[in-house]
Design a protein around this ligand. Structure first.
Ligand code: ARG
Ligand code: ZN
Length: 475
């Protein structure tokens, strides 16, 4: 779901100055190498990966290969107890490194089994291992923690993270909230596999990402063991808890589906969820093979949240979704989840694509054509919030979920389609999903791919639709 807000904005960059950027790369590299010199001696990992919209998000100096999370949530007292085992690899010598972790109390911290020093500073958990880590060294960080998790308020005013509900918690982490329930390298640039085990009172269900390995009940509590084996960005992790009705089946393509639905939403959700196999089937035809082994839906009753999230392999909805929301969140499995952002500024690569998937679905299922949807939007006056800023440059983290990112982002794709024709356009979408599967994309790489596949110079088109402020003129 979308939470449109508006504002004016924007500097011009990227595609427009592509040649200039290329020309300056050697200089920038030289500067980086120079900067790395003293840092290599200082050996402290950085407090962020350098994302201008979320400067403290993620951390420099290591890559997390795997998260093993073992959680216990008491829906009565709302207390969470957790143990996180991060299997990581140093990408530089590290005397100290940071994790992102906000709120909960840390009760123990070891690195490779040795007690490590740690301190807290806002969302940064600073860890000093007993022995400095060598560049390239594999290491294990174990953090035990407890407390009452609290969601974070994003720059756009919405809540994300561990959001309590009347019967459990709605857990969604875009862009920041993962750190409210586990210590993380909290930026999509770092992707990892996950094992998430959650114990909740008997009668509640804890739903996470990937495949359910098993569940067992003892002493009035049920433990759910989930495994997300394909790489996942931290913001896409969930451990949503509630009183859910569960439905499981395997699709003809062998995808394991797990749907969990709050009974207060089930009559509205049922006809839409019934379409999930055909939606995934259609999306697989249009975008290429579904990227994960598991799929499904978590339909919670949490209307105050105000949005749904494409949690990996199993989107979480704050209410019964309509069909276009189902199409949207599942399209993100290709665009956003399998192909991840490198920087939050490129968010249109997620939202513009998922929105365009809605237009395409409508067009191919007896609804409005994408052209008609485009025309309806284009008719909006220049003063409309749709034109408040160009989607390739939202200006700050406060605007990454605003209308221009979704709708004008989709309009940019429609303009691409008109310029290159259907055959090439759909080949571009599939090539994008295939070439960056389980990896990352950037706007520049998308533009280059589109130019390669079409053999056309698309500089002006993308510059106009992604980077120029104001309503574009008719092409
Ligand atoms: N990616 C979600 C969607 O469009 C929206 C998430 C909004 N999150 C937020 N904190 N406002 O499907
Ligand atoms: Zn979306």
């Amino acid at each position: 779901m979308r939470s449109p807000r508006q504002q004016t904005a924007a500097r011009r960059t990227a595609v427009l100055s592509r040649r200039a950027v290329l020309a300056t790369v050697p200089v920038a590299l030289a500067a980086l190498v120079a900067a790395a010199g003293p840092a290599a001696a200082g050996t402290n990992g950085s407090s962020g990966v350098g994302d201008p919209y979320f400067p403290l998000a993620g951390n420099g100096g290591y890559h997390v290969r795997h998260y093993g999370l073992t959680l216990h949530y008491d829906t009565g007292t709302r207390k969470l107890r957790g143990k996180a085992v991060l299997t990581a690899r140093a990408t530089q010598r590290l005397a100290r490194f940071d994790l992102d972790f906000k709120g909960l109390d840390v009760t123990g911290l070891t690195v490779d089994g040795n007690a490590a020093g740690f301190s807290r500073n806002g969302q940064e958990l600073l860890v000093t291992p007993r022995h400095a880590l060598r560049d390239g060294q594999d290491f294990k960080v174990t953090v035990t923690y407890q407390g009452t998790p609290k969601s974070v308020t994003d720059p756009d005013g919405s809540a994300d993270g561990w959001i309590r509900t009347d019967d459990g918690a709605f857990v969604a982490g875009e862009p920041q909230g993962a750190m409210t329930w586990f210590p993380a390298n909290n930026h999509p640039r770092d992707k990892s596999s996950y094992d998430i085990t959650v114990t909740v009172p008997q009668g509640r269900t804890a739903v996470s990402n990937g495949v359910l390995l098993g569940q067992s009940t003892a002493h009035g509590e049920t433990t759910f063991r989930w495994r997300q084996s394909e790489p996942m960005a931290a913001y896409l992790a969930t451990a949503t808890v509630g009183k859910f009705k569960v439905e499981r089946y395997t699709t003809r393509d062998g995808i394991q589906v797990y749907n969990a639905v709050d009974s207060r939403e089930s009559s509205a959700a049922a006809p839409v969820l019934k379409k999930l196999p055909s939606v995934l089937d259609w999306e697989s035809k249009v975008f290429g093979p579904y990227p994960f082994r598991a799929a499904g839906s978590i339909v919670d009753h949490a209307h105050s949240v105000g949005y749904a999230l494409e949690t990996q392999s199993r989107p979480v909805y704050d209410r019964a979704p309509d069909l276009s929301t189902l199409v949207h969140e599942n399209a993100h499995q290709w665009f956003g989840d399998s192909v991840s952002l490198t920087t939050w500024k490129d968010i249109w690569l997620n939202e513009g694509f998922a929105t365009y998937a809605e237009w395409l679905y409508s067009e191919q299922h007896g609804g409005d054509s994408a052209q008609k949807t485009f025309d309806g939007l284009y008719a909006r006056p220049a003063s409309n919030s749709l034109w408040a800023f160009p989607p390739g440059n939202p200006g700050s983290g406060a605007h990454i979920f605003d209308t221009p990112v979704y709708d004008r982002g989709a309009m940019a794709l429609h303009e691409l389609r008109r310029a290159v024709g259907d055959f090439t356009f759909f080949r571009i979408l599939r090539a994008w999903a295939a070439e960056h599967r389980d990896g990352h994309g950037t706007t520049d790489r998308f533009v280059k791919l589109a130019e390669r596949e079409s053999g056309k110079d698309l500089h002006t088109l993308f510059n106009t639709w992604l980077y120029q402020p104001g309503k574009p003129g008719r092409s």
